[in-house]
Design a protein around this ligand. Structure first.
Ligand code: PGA
Length: 252
């Protein structure tokens, strides 16, 4: 089995202003310990990508976006293309976050189109998948996860996952303070890896699968110690420098 390097990505969502993000980033850069070997990334609101690009210069923290258009360019008011994100040296783009699926009606197919667009532009998609509470309670978790994953595999091919990251984010755990137990998360992560392995063992072995949903300094180490959990996608706790730093440290 390949030893996968952990990735911890901050998803700031629609939070922060210039006034608050500057000290936050400076504190994170300043506090990042040499013995933290995980890959680290920050995904700010797109309007702050340029600011972050400047702030992160000379640090080892990567830059990511929270969303991108599935289209190349044109008359699509308010949208941001992958080429625009490339202009700011984005390395990662989150696609299919449950908030995009739920509030902006992104379908499995739309998410797959975005995934392909991001990869084709040479960036790493962080594909978010996860079940709702009602789906978990009715025993449909695996079905939902397989459906969300298959939509992308069918469109992008398994080779599309060679440079991709998956984030398992149970919707009921996002921003609720309710974290999946390490065992609950591990079970789904192993299932995701198995789904990839049905197509390609090597891709399954190498793909980083992050956990997201109320990761905090107090639960990060236990989650990250599970065999198939390769880091985290961090919302609320990434807005507090000390918390984010402790989570990064827990990732190895
Ligand atoms: P949370 O968000 O850490 O605030 O639960 C995670 C996410 O939505 O990526």
């Amino acid at each position: 089995m390949t030893k996968r390097l952990a990735l911890v990505a901050a998803n700031w969502k629609m939070n922060g202003t210039l006034k608050t993000i500057r000290p936050l980033v400076q504190e994170v850069i300043g506090g990042l310990k040499d013995d933290c070997h995980a890959d680290i990334a920050i995904c700010p609101p797109s309007i702050y990508l340029q600011e972050l690009q400047t702030l992160l210069t000379g640090s080892r923290i990567g830059l990511g976006a929270q969303n991108a258009s599935h289209l190349e360019a044109g008359a699509y008011t308010g949208e941001i293309s992958v080429n625009m994100l490339k202009d700011y040296n984005c390395q990662y783009v989150i696609v299919g976050h449950s908030e995009r699926r739920e509030f902006y009606h992104e379908t499995d197919d739309r998410v797959a189109e975005k995934f392909i667009r991001v990869s084709a532009a040479g960036m790493i998609p962080i594909l978010c998948i996860g079940e709702q509470l009602s789906e978990r309670e009715s025993g449909e978790t695996d079905t939902v996860i397989a459906r969300q994953l298959d939509a992308v595999i069918n469109m992008a091919g398994i080779d599309g996952f060679k440079d991709a990251v998956i984030a398992y984010e149970p919707v009921w755990a996002i921003g609720t303070g309710k974290t999946a137990t390490p065992q609950q998360a591990q079970e789904v992560h192993a299932f995701i890896r198995l789904q990839l392995a049905r197509h390609d063992d090597e891709v399954a072995d190498k793909t980083r699968i992050l956990y997201g949903g109320s990761v905090k300094p107090s639960n990060a180490a236990d989650l990250f110690s599970m065999a198939d959990i390769d880091g985290g996608l961090i919302g609320g706790a990434s807005l507090v420098a000390a918390d984010f730093l402790n989570i990064c440290l827990a990732a190895g």
